[in-house]
Design a protein around this ligand. Structure first.
Ligand SMILES: Cc1cc2nc3c(=O)[nH]c(=O)nc-3n(C[C@H](O)[C@H](O)[C@H](O)COP(=O)(O)OP(=O)(O)OC[C@H]3O[C@@H](n4cnc5c(N)ncnc54)[C@H](O)[C@@H]3O)c2cc1C
Ligand SMILES: *[C@@H]1O[C@H](CO)[C@@H](O)[C@H](O)[C@H]1NC(C)=O
Ligand SMILES: *[C@@H]1O[C@H](CO)[C@@H](O)[C@H](O)[C@H]1NC(C)=O
Ligand SMILES: *[C@@H]1O[C@H](CO)[C@@H](O)[C@H](O)[C@H]1NC(C)=O
Ligand SMILES: *[C@@H]1O[C@H](CO)[C@@H](O)[C@H](O)[C@H]1NC(C)=O
Length: 503
């Protein structure tokens, strides 16, 4: 069955109308020659702007306003030289800063960066395909920039589901996505990283040079310097770049049937990915259960999995999308809606081995009750990402600094979204309670808690993010001391500089 009423889409339609009131101002060009930031050396001063610059708000805007960093200057380097000079100047003068790639980082640890200089990498937004089929992207490029340049030459790699996320920011912590069953994490495909260290020195890290740092950059990469560009291995597009998608909606009474079916499909075939979305209709506040199913391959193959859910669904909509259409049109446009910047978002997330149906049935009903009591948070969602694991599991556990190769069979996420901050305490309590509930071994199915660091809230012990093994912790701490001796890259899940500080 193709088409039909689609609750997921109508929700998105409503969200669109609600969000269109937020206008995006056009970039205002500030004549560099009229402007020299007082005190900054001539070579970098005209790339630095304070809050009187008309574009300051736009350039420093981030995805989440909750426990967010704040900025007194924005530094927009255009060249490696300017970036390097700026870093050297700032570290010599004890000026704190925070790099921005896509601006979607939401960890509450970012709150530590107050009144700092934003190093906005947007001018490094290039994305080029090399003769050997690798792709080199500047750290200002989004996933969509990377996707478009690869799609244009019939190639692919693992990317996240939302177009707006910084490809570099996400890759530094892992990069989970629908193609991970085929190609592993985005980070597993990195072949070379070029970065500026705290003192402005520019180096490369790969399997040939700075091998130890290369290991750590893939999983803990926000800790060591400002990444300038990243080179990824890429692959020929599967099925001529055409992907099958189905969007299904269910009644709340079918949550158990959906979860049972998701569990029965694990281990997923490599091209398959499932995203279960819980939300409420923003007008009626009635809960919605929507499943997005994508199969990187022919419709005939993908449909087999849709059939497993179809018989108890309210509606099914099927599409064939090219890989570069998927992030824009996929999931009824939900991925684009989720890109909107500036709202408050309280985020918690963790990995589970199985989906505990009784917990999830109760979660859905309590989520509905929570939003009836706190309607200002009605754009909140619950996400369960069930992606194939073959590409992740086929690599050895010590391949890079990602410690969850057997820890993210499912990713369960809670996103409490709101403008009216009077709901923040209730929202935090709700999401934290459920994160803690799912973290229990008897519910998650894992003995230890696995937190994908890019989905961390920021309150977790670091060993849940970076791994409990002593050898990992020692390796990371040694590298932190070597490459960031003053701890200037320490606002995002900072690696402890002392071994006994690990928890
Ligand atoms: C709507 C949405 C969808 C998402 N979807 C996915 C998904 O499908 N898959 C997935 O894996 N993750 C996903 N994430 C999580 C995402 O990986 C993290 O939020 C990530 O931190 C975002 O990177 P960014 O570049 O956009 O953010 P930023 O806030 O710019 O960066 C995050 C952190 O990295 C640091 N950083 C940024 N650029 C550099 C640089 N050049 N050098 C050194 N450090 C740098 C920043 O200082 C910050 O500490 C999603 C997040 C959101 C909000
Ligand atoms: C920077 O901080 C260090 C340690 O607090 C101090 O020794 C140094 O003098 C400071 N440098 C400047 C330029 O303020
Ligand atoms: C890169 O950013 C510049 C502005 O700094 C913008 O004009 C250009 O369109 C962007 N290019 C891409 C590929 O996003
Ligand atoms: C949903 O949230 C929006 C934004 O906070 C609000 O304007 C609207 O009234 C809410 N809906 C209900 C039914 O309360
Ligand atoms: C810059 O910092 C790195 C890492 O701490 C160090 O190895 C290197 O010697 C420093 N370079 C200079 C010129 O001081």
């Amino acid at each position: 069955m193709v088409g039909g009423s689609n609750i997921a889409r109508s929700l998105v339609g409503i969200l669109w109308v609600a969000s269109s009131a937020v206008s995006s101002s056009l970039p205002v060009h500030w004549a560099g020659s009229e402007r020299q930031e007082p005190g900054w050396p001539v070579s970098i001063g005209d790339s630095v702007f304070d809050s009187s610059w008309p574009s300051f708000g736009e350039k420093t805007l981030r995805w989440s306003a909750f426990m967010a960093p704040s900025f007194n200057r924005v530094f927009l380097p255009e060249t490696e030289k300017v970036l390097s000079d700026g870093l050297r100047y700032m570290t010599s003068n004890n000026i704190s800063f925070l790099a921005k790639s896509g601006g979607h980082g939401y960890s509450t640890t970012l709150k530590a960066a107050q009144n700092v200089v934003m190093i906005n990498m947007e001018k490094f937004n290039y994305s080029r395909i090399n003769p050997d089929g690798t792709a080199t992207i500047g750290s200002g490029a989004t996933f969509y920039d990377l996707i478009r340049s690869l799609a244009a030459v019939g190639r692919q790699v693992t990317v996240g589901s939302c177009p707006c996320v910084g490809a570099t920011g996400a890759t530094l912590g892992g990069g989970v996505g629908r193609l991970q069953g085929l190609h592993g994490l985005a980070m597993d495909n990195v072949r070379k990283v070029r970065l500026a260290l705290w003192n402005g020195t520019i180096i490369e890290a790969s399997d040939k040079v700075n091998k130890d740092l290369f290991w750590a950059l893939r999983g803990a990469g926000q800790n060591f310097g400002v990444v300038i560009e990243t080179t990824y291995q890429t692959y020929p597009a599967v099925n001529g770049g055409k992907h099958y998608e189905a969007n299904l909606a269910f009644g709340v009474d079918k949550v158990k049937a959906v979860i049972d079916t998701m569990n029965s499909l694990v281990p997923l075939p490599a091209p398959l990915s499932l995203i279960l979305v819980g939300s409420v209709n923003p007008v009626t506040l009635e809960p919605i259960v929507a499943l997005n199913l994508v199969y990187a391959g022919p419709q005939k193959e993908g449909r087999k999995y849709t059939r497993r859910f179809e018989k108890f669904s309210l509606s099914v909509e099927e599409n064939m999308f090219t890989w570069d259409e998927l992030p824009i049109k996929g999931a009824g446009g939900l991925t684009v809606v989720k890109c909107e910047k500036g709202q408050n978002h309280i985020m918690y997330g963790l990995g589970t081995k199985t989906l505990d149906a009784p917990s999830i049935v109760r979660l859905w009903s309590e989520f509905g009750a929570f939003l009836k009591a706190n309607p200002a948070a009605n754009s909140s969602i619950i996400l369960i990402e069930t992606f194939a694991q073959q590409g992740i599991k086929r690599l050895p556990d010590d391949y890079n600094a990602f410690p969850h190769r057997n820890g993210i069979e499912h990713l369960v996420e809670f996103e409490i979204a709101f403008d009216d901050t009077s709901v923040s305490a209730a929202g935090d309590a709700f999401a934290k309670k459920w994160r803690d509930h799912f973290a229990q071994p008897k519910i998650s199915g894992y003995k230890e808690t696995h937190i994908y660091q890019n989905y961390a809230h920021g309150d977790e012990p670091l060993s849940q993010l970076y791994g409990r093994e002593k050898w990992r912790q020692k390796r990371l701490t040694d590298l932190k001391n070597k490459f960031d001796p003053r701890g200037v890259f320490s606002s995002y899940h900072a690696i402890p500089q002392r071994l006994d500080a690990w928890r």
